[in-house]
Design a protein around this ligand. Structure first.
Ligand code: BGC
Length: 768
């Protein structure tokens, strides 16, 4: 496929426990009834009127018309891959397509909708889908950046605003949230999800579903969510996109599936299959995933769409001998809608005639799709989302842009600060240097939907110039290039060095070009691409303070920078208002509060590296770090450059030792862990207090730590607050040796702190 040139803080654990949210993955071992929905967005309620309406409609449908409802094709505006069929307008007229993607604006969707409701026999409205991932017109930070805010309200709001803009432009359905756990930064799609952690990823998955779908699908500012990519896509071998996945069933259940389960429980209306195989069976033909787990065990009632031509790709996988067999395998596995493959359209009727596919299975798929159209209100008024006046009043609303700026600054992570930040008002001149310093196209990152890359985004330079105190000069020299082919070149260096020499401070804006992350954007190196590192080293020689503002969609290996520059701010791709948000942080108008949702390795050779690893039989003894015959590298420590959950602030926080309400609990009995957090610095600020637990001995080995809760607090300077987390044995559950889900009695260590690598510990016991 081509690259894609297209466009409280946290609830307390106690509250989550009451709502049942903390049963991360009851999966196969637990009957569906035991896993209460977290916060269903409400569409699943029985509706006898709808049932009658759909039964009557389906009674009139021919098999071809039914298969049409199972077919989704792209408009020819935009695509993420080969457009397999031309002439889709004719297909709409003939009832051969039930849904369209990559078509938006009130007028365009209205024109297409007219074909369906005026020119087809049954007048069934079309469903319009699109990748509204981190904004529609107003672009928020990339999803990984939003995750770094650890602010579920902010993340939900971002999805809410994205839905409002998209729904005003005729869209009914977004292909988001992407909830793939991603632990390999070589994989370009780490930028699209919530990072490496199961618990954080699950809470964010719920927040995004609630944000997109709201509490009423009929409202004209809500859209259907799609949880993708089901499943285990993030485990692609060697971080190469679309590659084979080969993980254990236990890892699937404990690591990769929980965010999907959380999203399903939160009421996600649709699921998308993934491109990869799982245990030898491509996801789009995987009955175990799509039917046994998703529908039968989790009770999912929405519909399942494939990823782009992924039914067709089962032939290349070597799982199907031809497209007809692929279609049979997909529908029989549980795929309801075929995205862009035209496999159902071309083959399913024949498969039914040959008895390879049961009409009842097709009926179930059609019903699930028609129900969504009904619940959106499309049978009442097929044009209700395509309203030009609402579109005009909604897109780029001032409060949406303000929210985008706010979420962007909340997403930024201060990785290092030797005192160079916030910028001193006394600095007379600032040199902004680097390919990301004044690049509008890069600000909004990949999967920026209908985001404008040319005029709207505020660049770092523009943001700083708008904010600079009177008399301060902020000048720019690009200096370096991020293009791979430019490594070794030095053309722009002299100009950048000259600017640096006459300035008080250097702000180096470096990282990756926006399309170096996202789909089909895997790398075998995490270094700054092009000649950026070489320029950074030259800038260091000027002796001026250097602040590195990193913009990228993956952890980069920046060990040299960590050792040599004065401050590092990870700004991700911060969105339409990104330049203002960066300036807010650099000038100290906003005190950074983000924490890493993914581990930053020292170099690519440490990958995969993540916080909830296993101990091994030969862990390093900290007293003898260089011992032989232990699990380590000869040339690099085992520790990452920056651990999961890490991030600095312009103030400082001190933690009291953690205390427990008891040291022994029985199943069902709550345990409360409490710390007092004090803002001991000179500024107001926010802190993300994190709770980790280690199960010391299990029927299968357990990770060295697992995140079990977090709370983001605002503390005034000098203020102290008691922070409590409540756990029960349900929070300690995992897939046990016999593959059942549950906790095991034994000893545990619990830690509360500011990151996955710090904090005070306490011991407790779970008895029988
Ligand atoms: C991606 C999906 C996306 C789809 C539709 C595919 O290539 O993998 O994430 O939703 O295209 O644009």
């Amino acid at each position: 496929m081509p690259s894609m040139p297209r466009n409280l803080t946290h609830l307390t654990l106690a509250t989550l426990l009451l709502s049942g949210a903390l049963s991360p993955a009851p999966l196969l071992a637990k009957p569906a009834a035991e896993s209460a929905p977290v916060d269903s967005t409400g569409w699943e309620k029985p509706d006898p009127k709808m049932d009658r309406f759909i039964a009557d409609l389906m009674a009139k449908m021919t098999l071809e018309e039914k298969i049409g409802q199972l077919s989704l094709l792209t408009s020819d505006w935009d695509s993420t891959g080969p457009t397999m069929r031309k002439g889709y307008q004719e297909d709409i007229r003939k009832g051969r397509i039930g849904s369209i993607f990559n078509a938006f604006t009130a007028r365009y969707t209205r024109d297409l909708q007219r074909l369906a409701v005026e020119e087809t026999r049954l007048k069934i409205p079309l469903l319009f889908g699109y990748d509204v991932v981190h904004g529609h017109r107003t672009i928020f930070p990339i999803s990984l950046g939003e995750a770094a805010s650890w602010d579920l309200n902010a993340i939900e709001k971002s999805a809410r605003i994205s839905a409002a803009e998209a729904a005003a432009e005729g869209l009914h359905w977004t292909f988001a949230p992407m909830v793939d756990i991603a632990r390999d930064p070589r994989w370009g799609r780490v930028s699209e999800g919530a990072g490496e952690d199961v618990y954080l990823g699950s809470r964010i998955a719920e927040a995004r579903v609630r944000g997109f779908q709201g509490s009423d699908l009929k409202a004209t500012d809500t859209i259907l969510a799609t949880v993708k990519h089901f499943a285990a896509y993030g485990a692609a071998q060697a971080g190469r996109d679309y590659n084979t996945v080969d993980i254990s069933e236990r890892t699937l259940r404990d690591i990769y599936l929980p965010p999907f389960k959380a999203a399903a429980d939160a009421g996600a209306a649709t699921f998308m299959t993934s491109f990869n195989e799982y245990d030898g069976i491509p996801a789009s033909g995987n009955h175990y995933l799509l039917t046994d787990v998703l529908r039968d065990k989790w009770g999912f009632k929405g519909f399942v769409v494939t990823d782009y031509t992924s039914i067709n790709e089962m032939v290349a996988h070597g799982y199907s001998k031809d497209l007809k067999q692929a279609g049979e395998q997909a529908i029989n596995a549980g795929v309801d809608m075929d995205m862009q493959g035209a496999v159902y359209m071309e083959n399913l009727a024949k498969s039914v005639a040959e008895g390879k596919v049961d009409v009842a299975r097709i009926d179930a798929a059609v019903k699930a799709i028609l129900e969504m159209k009904y619940r959106l209100g499309l049978f009442d008024d097929p044009y209700r989302y395509s309203d030009e006046a609402r579109e005009k009043a909604t897109v780029y609303r001032a409060d949406f842009l303000d929210a985008a700026r706010d979420v962007a600054r909340k997403s930024m992570v201060l990785l290092k600060n030797d005192g160079a930040l916030p910028l001193a008002a006394s600095a007379k001149s600032i040199a902004v240097i680097g390919p990301l310093g004044d690049s509008k196209a890069d600000m909004i990152g990949s999967w920026a939907a209908a985001g404008d890359r040319k005029t709207r985004p505020v660049t770092l330079l523009e943001g700083m110039q708008a904010r600079a105190p009177k008399g301060q000069i902020v000048a720019y020299a690009k200096g370096a290039s991020y293009a791979f082919e430019d490594s070794g070149k030095t053309d722009g260096f002299a100009e950048a060095i000259a600017l640096a020499q006459k300035s008080d401070v250097i702000v180096a804006a470096m990282g990756e070009r926006w399309d170096m992350t996202g789909e089909a954007a895997s790398r075998t190196s995490l270094d700054l691409p092009g000649n950026q590192q070489a320029l950074l080293e030259e800038l260091k020689k000027t002796g001026k303070p250097i602040i590195l503002v990193l913009m990228s969609g993956r952890p980069n290996s920046i060990e040299w920078a960590n050792d040599h520059v004065d401050a590092i701010l990870e700004a991700w791709y911060p969105g339409t208002m990104g330049g203002h948000a960066i300036a807010d942080v650099l000038y100290g108008d906003y005190n950074p509060s983000g924490k890493l949702p993914i581990t930053f390795p020292r170099n690519v050779g440490q990958v995969p590296i993540f916080h909830d690893m296993k101990n091994t039989g030969r862990p390093i003894d900290p007293a003898q770090p260089n011992a032989k015959y232990v699990s380590r590298y000869l040339n690099t420590p085992n520790t990452p450059l920056y651990p999961f959950g890490y991030g600095l602030s312009y103030t400082s926080f001190t933690y009291s030792p953690v205390t427990l309400s008891k040291t022994s609990i029985r199943p069902g009995e709550p345990l409360t862990a409490t710390v007092t957090v004090t803002n001991s610095g000179a500024r107001d600020g926010e802190e993300v207090v994190q709770l980790y637990v280690r199960d010391l001995v299990g029927s299968v080995t357990r990770p060295v730590k697992e995140l079990k809760g977090f709370q983001k607090l605002m503390l005034k300077k000098g203020e102290s607050r008691r922070v409590s987390f409540t756990l029960t044995d349900a929070d300690l559950a995992f897939t046990r040796a016999d593959m059942s889900w549950g906790s095991e009695p034994g000893q545990f260590k619990l830690r509360v702190g500011p990151s996955s690598a710090e904090g005070s510990e306490a011991d407790f016991e779970l008895t029988k």
